[in-house]
Design a protein around this ligand. Structure first.
Ligand SMILES: [Zn+2]
Length: 84
């Protein structure tokens, strides 16, 4: 899980540049990290699949509710809403 970290470092991304940024733990040691910049509204999404433990990265249009499919097994990874 370092693709987004490296992207942030390389491009000098500051918290004020982000529309949305989250790192969530999922069931079965899965994880999902989503970064959306104000400048392009692209959801850069890095995940460890709860279904097959595949580590993947994808970019897609940002929208809520947000989900990505594991490129390996097709598991639908949802980004749960923050509980307030
Ligand atoms: Zn998978």
């Amino acid at each position: 899980m370092n693709i987004i970290s490296e992207f942030i470092e390389k491009n000098g991304i500051k918290p004020s540049d982000c529309k949305y940024h989250t790192l969530r733990s999922l069931e079965n040691n899965g994880k999902v990290r989503v970064l959306v910049l104000k400048s392009d509204s692209v959801a850069r999404t890095e995940y460890i699949c709860p279904g097959c433990s595949h580590h993947g990265y994808t970019e897609k249009e940002w929208r809520r509710p947000f989900s990505v499919k594991c490129e390996k097994c097709g598991f639908l990874i949802r980004v749960p809403k923050l509980k307030k």
